[in-house]
Design a protein around this ligand. Sequence first.
Ligand code: UDP
Length: 467
Amino acid sequence: MTTASSHFIIVTYPLQSHLNPALQFAKRLLHIGARVTIAAAASGYRRMFKDSIPEGITIAVISDGCDVGHDPTDGSDAAINDYIAKLKLHGARTLGELIGKSANEGRPVTCVVYSILLSWAADVARKFNVPSALLWIQSATMLNIYYHYFYGYANVIKECEKDPSWSLDLPGLNLQLKARDLPSFVMPSSPYTFALPAFREQFEELEKESNPKIFVNTYNELEPEALRSIEKFSPVAVGPLLPSSLLDGTDPSGDSLDIAFFRRSEDYIPWLNSRSESSVIYVSFGSISVLSRRQTGEIARALLDTSRPFLWVIREKAGGEEESEEDSLTCMDELEKRGLIVPWCCQVEVLSHPAVGCFVTHCGWNSSLESLSCGVPVVACPQWSDQLTNARMIEDVWKTGVRVRKDEEGVVESGEMKRCFEIVMESEEMRKNAKKWRELAVEASEDNLKILRDFVQEVGDDSVGKE
Ligand code: UDP
């Protein structure tokens, strides 16, 4: 039993990979009787397609200092840093106002849940005497790597980059990592630094809590050692945070998935319906990565060189990008004769379709978890950030895919890409492993609902909402 007074605010960063697990987390809370408000940053809220907001979930806008006008970031490190600072400054103030307003309106906030890069939300919650919890939307392995980076291993990890033959043995990882497997944020030579200070602040924030709570979008069977090794903060697995209809085998399109930053196309399900089982190569590099002109061309060539049907997501040009991947393709007509190219789809709907035989992915954590939970083997093409570690886990721990080899310019040539398509499409072993991870995901999803129910109960009677 949960109290009808339980009211959770979930604060999200305006990216698809933060929004999707937050939304599924919200739906689980709703399912067990809590009210949920998703606090969305103003510039992200403006960009959202809100066709089907699940009944019972309210979206409230908090300020990010970019409340009117154009897109606040062009994707450069400096612009992202600037945006994170603005969101902290204005978001903290307006989140406080939202908590105060909820109390005044008789819906006091029971708990503030916040996604990564937003640890200031815990500070705001504390001022109002409201408990908070971190929703860690990457893998437990990544949490483990960042944790050890800040708790004694920073110098060891830095050394690793100097010598590519060197292997890193971290507690809680059941394999040795090479420099090419480590998240780019911890590498001294990485052009991207924005996440590291935010992760440091995150751990400092958790240290202030007497009973810190971290929910991780994973399941125990997938990363048992990583979850256990961060004893200090006892992270709890609540994943996979995917539509329940996907996990219980009912129709995922019936489960409203549709608060998105992109407008999805309509034509891919009829197209998939007309393909035979496990015949289609699905290609998508997530919501942020933009491939180089050469890389896009190599993928196109590989797809044209196979005899297999393919579904390829090529996003439209976003603000700040000079050209879209589509602009750089010279063989569009040929590609459209052989496969389907869409600007956006509902990926979990695609991955759960029986026609899909392999997923060519950049290995963002959501995409990785979705491939495992849908039982689809992958061609792993990591670009940066945690994708490098996820790709290593896919190949060597979960054994559901093969990682591409890049040339000296960091590009995967068409021959290599095609070689990987063929290995994955033909591998019974990978398909069997992927099916096993799907079954475990389904079981975990039932167990993890109980964990959330207990948590809602734990914080349910402490709704305060006053300074
Ligand atoms: N996604 C989608 N449709 C697409 C491409 C991506 O629904 O056409 C979703 C995908 O299911 C995943 C998210 O966008 O949940 C991307 O998150 P991920 O962590 O994989 O990568 P990121 O976008 O952060 O690089």
